[in-house]
Design a protein around this ligand. Structure first.
Ligand code: GTP
Ligand code: MG
Length: 195
């Protein structure tokens, strides 16, 4: 998949703007600022394919990228706190949930969790929504470069305990650092394995 063209296709602001559901897609979900866009850049080896920034609420549309000839890769707006007007944030959150629960061709969601913070109630809520929609999701612990091993292991235990409560959760957790490159090859192989 990654050998094929990876290009920005479009930014979507409403469900009726989604591209035709004619191929499988994978998406990256997670709290604002968790590192979704950075991970997409690391994964595709493209520095500025998806726009990343220090401001929570950077990604404000559902951004579609082609992944080879056969798949789509989707960067989502974050959930939880964002530096944007409440009305605007509420609109993305509705869109995000409608997308996660209603996109027929969504093959797997990657739910990103900050390796320093673990699963928060808002993550749990999204995981429940995915359970309800029967969308298999896989957890990626991001910013692994920012935590010490002992702290990371504690967070891993907390995440494992949370995942055990979610029938749609894929048990394997991927540890990643978009900064240092940890876990990127594993994640790429995982994505390649989703047909
Ligand atoms: P929103 O679009 O606002 O929801 O954020 P996002 O989840 O797309 O996060 P983004 O990729 O924009 O990254 C947020 C910040 O975290 C940026 O300043 C990134 O440089 C930083 N960041 C992302 N991944 C990593 C990582 O693996 N390690 C470190 N140290 N910083 C990271
Ligand atoms: Mg983003």
């Amino acid at each position: 998949l990654f050998a094929g063209p990876v290009e920005f296709l479009k930014g979507v602001v409403a469900m009726d703007g989604l591209p035709p559901a004619d191929r499988p897609e994978i998406c990256f979900a997670g709290r604002s600022n968790v590192g979704k866009s950075s991970l997409i850049n690391a994964l595709t080896g493209r520095k500025a394919l998806a726009r990343a920034s220090n401001t929570p609420g950077r990604t404000q549309e559902i951004n579609y990228f082609t992944l080879g000839e056969s798949h789509y890769l989707v960067d989502l707006p974050g959930y939880g706190y964002a530096e944007a007007p409440l009305k605007v944030v509420e609109k993305w959150q509705r869109l995000l949930k409608a997308y996660l629960a209603g996109r027929q061709t969504l093959r797997r969601a990657f739910v990103l969790i900050d390796a320093r913070h673990g699963v928060k109630p808002v993550d749990d809520e999204i995981m429940k929504l995915l359970d309800g929609a029967a969308v298999t999701f896989q957890t990626v612990l991001t910013k692994a470069d920012k935590v010490k091993v002992a702290e990371r292991d504690k967070v891993l235990d907390q995440v494992r305990a949370s995942l055990a409560r979610h029938p749609a959760a894929f048990p394997e957790i991927i540890l990643s650092s978009s900064e240092k490159g940890d876990g990127i090859a594993t994640l790429r192989a995982t994505v390649e394995g989703i047909a």
